[in-house]
Design a protein around this ligand. Structure first.
Ligand SMILES: [Fe+2]
Ligand SMILES: [Fe+2]
Length: 202
């Protein structure tokens, strides 16, 4: 009886503190880590394929995006661990085809993230008031919009056999993953304010 009363008391205290786990955000962070880790590995493989096809500018774009996605995965992981949770084991799965097909697959993946995945994740993190996750999702969301634009341009260039009109170098912000064409690097990152001296040159 004494034990039962103690348990009831503890439950009441816990409930009154509102300490409920943000279950949707935790599931979203795990899905986000899986998506970003898979995208990073996939783009690294697509970069190798582009080099084999002699499309060096496209290879550079895939390398820059691969680095950005690994930064997003790391940020999502930190947000997940701050909630006392750990990522489950998984194996990235993807297919490597021709560079034109790989670019289309990249466009499809980024479109899903921009139009469906991140808007939902952001709404969940906002509703559950998990600021760290919201920030990480937002940095990824804004970066994926840029990746989508880069890939769309690259596919058009490949289809027109004009890969040499694409940027030759990129820079990636090590804090948020924002990805820049080397011709348009600002003094500080547009998303997180990090100085350009810290950017990773690709
Ligand atoms: Fe991306
Ligand atoms: Fe940044």
């Amino acid at each position: 009886m004494k034990k039962l009363l103690l348990f009831a008391f503890a439950s009441l205290i816990f409930a009154s503190c509102g300490q409920q786990k943000p279950t949707k955000t935790i599931a979203d962070l795990k899905a986000g880590i899986k998506g970003e880790t898979t995208a990073s590995a996939k783009y690294a493989a697509f970069a190798e394929k582009a080099r084999l096809e002699g499309k060096d500018t496209v290879a550079k774009l895939f390398e820059a995006a691969s680095k950005a996605e690994s930064i997003h995965a790391a940020n999502h992981t930190k947000a997940l661990e701050s909630l006392g949770e750990k990522m489950d084991d998984f194996k990235p799965e993807f297919q490597v085809k021709s560079t034109a097909e790989n670019l289309q697959a990249a466009i499809d993946g980024e479109s899903y993230e921009v139009n469906t995945m991140y808007p939902q994740f952001l709404a969940d993190a906002k509703a559950e008031k998990v600021e760290k996750a919201e920030k990480s999702f937002n940095w990824a969301y804004e970066t994926e919009k840029k990746h989508l634009a880069f890939y769309t341009k690259a596919l058009a260039a490949v289809q027109a056999h004009k890969e040499n009109t694409l940027p030759f170098n990129y820079a990636v912000c090590p804090v948020c993953g924002n990805t820049y064409d080397e011709a348009t690097i600002p003094a500080n990152c547009d998303f997180c304010g990090t100085s350009k001296d810290k950017f990773i040159k690709i």
